[in-house]
Design a protein around this ligand. Structure first.
Ligand code: FES
Length: 121
């Protein structure tokens, strides 16, 4: 059965913004983030593909200053916001673990992986 996690109201995630959330897989907390890239909703596990650490410095900053890409703040890996594909950096060619974000009746939801459950946001 597919589980979903309510993230926020749609107006709380305008273009260029992101929001983090936590879900559990087999009892282990996993952090994810949803982002609005030019009106396109995306969501990923908040784990760099270079080293298993968060992309942000706990400050919810996932976009490059120009808003064109997602970036890992540790070593600068740059990811395409829509595909999660690493375009440059130490893990070039890898992809972020993608989650499925949708807007339903003015709210943002993320479909979680199997065997997961929503936790706190
Ligand atoms: S940990 Fe993300 S680029 Fe090195």
């Amino acid at each position: 059965m597919q589980r979903s996690c309510r993230i926020c109201k749609a107006p709380d995630l305008p273009a260029g913004k992101s929001i983090k959330f936590v879900y559990k897989v087999d009892g282990i907390n996993i952090e994810g983030f949803a982002a609005n890239f030019r009106g396109n909703l995306v969501a990923y596990e908040n784990t760099c593909r270079h080293l298993p650490i968060p992309l942000d410095y706990e400050d919810n900053q996932f976009f490059t200053p120009d808003g064109e890409h997602l970036i890992c703040q540790t070593h600068g890996a740059v990811y395409h916001p829509l595909s999660g594909h690493c375009l440059a950096g130490p893990c070039a060619g890898a992809r972020l673990n993608k989650l499925h974000a949708v807007e339903i009746e003015g709210e943002i939801w993320v479909n979680l992986p199997r065997h997961s459950e929503s936790s706190s946001t």
